[in-house]
Design a protein around this ligand. Sequence first.
Ligand SMILES: [Zn+2]
Length: 158
Amino acid sequence: MDQQRVNTVSISADETDPREPSSRCDRCGKVGTIARARRHSEPPLVLRYCAECWPTAESELEMLQQEEQDRWRRSIRGRSSAGEKVTQPAPWTTTSRSWHDVLRFLDLIRRPPKGGRAPTSEDLASIASEIRATASEMAGDMPPAVADFIGRNSPPAA
Ligand SMILES: [Zn+2]
């Protein structure tokens, strides 16, 4: 795999608040969305999802991106002589206030990529405080696994 990895110790790349109480979910039509997927294409595409739909929508988007990347790689390898201009698929960024993503993130840092460094206790403490800072904005109650992570990685109160 020559896939480039961007290692960032942060929960989301898009810092804007994805909560839109009057927007409709692009999957089920429910009013009140907590997640946003943005395609950096021309024109840009923005999709919004409610808390219930987001985990499924997110994995569908990931599958779609994977397919597009695969197709693109195959086309530069096999058909670059055809004169057809192959453009790289436009990237997506997503942001959410879903505990599902926090759990996924915690799972990811538990198993760092091969060759990558494991997070230090300072990293973990800063992640814990980042999660604590946005906890009140999240959709639904904090899952026990997240509360446990915060409990284990927060510095004792001064
Ligand atoms: Zn929905």
